[in-house]
Design a protein around this ligand. Structure first.
Ligand SMILES: Nc1ncnc2c1ncn2[C@@H]1O[C@H](COP(=O)(O)OP(=O)(O)OP(=O)(O)O)[C@@H](O)[C@H]1O
Length: 492
């Protein structure tokens, strides 16, 4: 037989086997291609298409996912629905069976895929469909890939954070959240409050979309053109590729919160949080309440300061570090038990000398101030089209003023990211940020809401449900980014 010149195409094992009753050559090459000649040449890319395999007596069953439609399984395109398909072959001898089994195992093991996963399922997230998604998609695919899973259903708010803060991580190769972004944020915060946070935060985390806001998994899958579906998310985790993710530390005096998605103040926060009173409308509540907010547009006094990323140094006016005195007492400080007090054993935020950086400032009034770590805020909101997972910067989207009609068309541009091109929008990247929120311009007795990753951080005076204080006061807060601190399972 002619030997290929390319070392990647060298056979690891090659033998005649029986497929569908006929004897045929089967080869596994060093580049992980499984080539079979059964009614024409066929080829499976192990890395992409093979979930796992089992030996059944004298046969080997390969569990794979291939592009739907049957034909052309060679080199499956990255887009398009994948379907589960088994390929069964029978080696001609016991020695051959053992060799195939050994070489396939070795090849799959060399891919560094996770074998033991801790899986959170939030049965109450989104449309309460996480348990069904787990049974229909998550468990079957992990079983096919021989991944051992430890299931944990969250029973109350902050349960996932509590578990992540004390979990024996040596038993797992990753943590999976079958949920929305809320559980993912809890897990990150739980890992970072551990004494061993430096090792703990390296634990890869996967997300399977099952919430209302699935911005992180949408951002991951969309970055390679995959639709945001549960099977695509599970396949991503099985394949075991990883990427790092920036983590932003939001700090206000004694209180901190670790954010991986966004921070909003003004219009976006008001729509997100105040529209909760229309929850009975389903997802239409955002459009309905958004329109109301635009028709009765609010502007907020205040000021934002930031350390711009290279290339954005001309935005705003120069200023000095605006958060030198963080110890000042505050009359509207939240109660003890509501505060996320600084924990001296956990992660304390990035080690950046903020005082000696070049700060710039923009003064209000503002319609909206929005910071984003990843492109998608939810499955339908491409909030920050240029955001990168681990560039060490947050994308800052500011709107100071905007005519109502322009604002309406701008809001519809949120689903394709075109809003950032509007002349009413300032779009830049920052390394650190200080927000000094003020009251509404037309109603100075009323303040606003600050929202991060779906959590209300602060509710100012006269806001919706302002008797329920958030963990922070409606006052100056600081954000600094730690480049690539967390790790996610990612398609590439
Ligand atoms: N058993 C439970 N009952 C009530 N709330 C829970 C439970 N388990 C988790 N939670 C809370 O549900 C919140 C939302 O979780 P999840 O990430 O699944 O969805 P989401 O898209 O962020 O939010 P939404 O609830 O709007 O779907 C989390 O903040 C979490 O603390």
């Amino acid at each position: 037989m002619e030997q290929p010149e390319n070392p990647a195409e060298q056979p690891i094992v090659s033998d005649r086997v029986i497929i569908n009753g006929s004897e045929t050559p089967l080869t596994l090459t060093a580049d992980g291609k499984l080539r079979m000649r059964e009614r024409g040449q066929r080829c499976l890319t192990v890395e992409k298409e093979v979930l796992g395999f089992v030996t059944e007596g004298s046969k080997i069953r390969i569990r794979a996912v291939v592009k739907g439609g049957g034909a052309g399984i060679c080199c499956v395109a990255s887009k398009g629905a994948l379907v589960r398909k088994d390929f069964v072959f029978q080696p001609l001898s016991n020695d051959s069976l053992n060799l195939w089994s050994q070489k396939l195992r070795q090849y799959i093991d060399s891919l560094g895929r996770p074998k033991r996963l801790f899986v959170f399922v939030n049965p109450f997230g989104g449309k309460k469909s996480a348990s069904k998604i787990f049974v229909d998609h998550v468990k079957p695919l992990f079983d096919d890939a021989n991944v051992h899973i430890t299931l944990h259903e969250t029973q109350y708010q902050l349960h996932a954070k509590e578990v992540a803060s004390s979990l024996d991580l040596s038993k797992y190769d990753g943590i999976v959240c079958v949920s929305g972004d809320g559980i993912l944020v809890e897990v990150i915060n739980g890992l970072l409050e551990r004494e061993d946070w430096e090792a703990a935060i390296k634990m890869p985390i996967g997300v399977v979309p099952a919430g209302t806001g699935n911005g992180m998994v949408k951002s991951l899958l969309d970055s390679v053109g995959y639709p945001c579906t549960a099977p695509n998310a599970v396949l991503t985790i099985i394949r075991g590729h990883k990427r790092s993710l920036d983590v932003a530390t939001i700090l206000q005096r004694e209180t901190k919160f670790f954010s991986i998605l966004m921070l909003a103040w003004g219009l976006v926060a008001d729509i997100d949080i105040e529209s909760e009173k229309y929850r009975w409308m389903g997802s239409a509540r955002i459009d309905f309440y958004g329109l109301q907010r635009i028709l009765h547009l609010r502007q907020y006094n205040g000021c934002v300061s930031f350390v711009p990323a290279p290339g954005f140094e001309t935005y705003g006016e120069p200023t000095s570090y605006p958060n030198k005195s963080t110890g000042k007492p505050d009359s509207c400080n939240p109660s003890e038990e509501e505060s996320i007090k600084v924990r001296h054993h956990g992660y304390q935020g990035p080690n950046i000398d903020l005082e000696n950086l070049e700060w710039r400032t923009i003064s209000g009034p503002f319609v909206s101030v929005w910071l984003h770590n990843v492109p998608w805020g939810s499955e339908g909101t491409l909030a920050a089209p240029d955001a990168k997972f681990s560039d060490g910067y947050l994308d800052l989207i500011i709107m100071r003023d905007c005519p109502q009609l322009a604002l309406m068309s701008l809001m519809t541009g949120l689903n394709d990211g075109s809003h950032v091109k509007s002349p009413h929008v300032t779009y830049l990247k920052v390394k650190a940020f200080v927000l000094e929120p003020g009251p509404q311009t037309k109603e100075p007795t009323k303040e606003g809401i600050i929202d991060s990753d779906g959590e209300v951080l602060a509710r100012g005076k006269g806001t919706y449900k302002c008797d329920q204080k958030g963990p922070m006061a409606y006052d100056k807060l600081q954000i600094a980014v730690h480049q690539g601190l967390a790790t996610l399972f990612s398609p590439l």
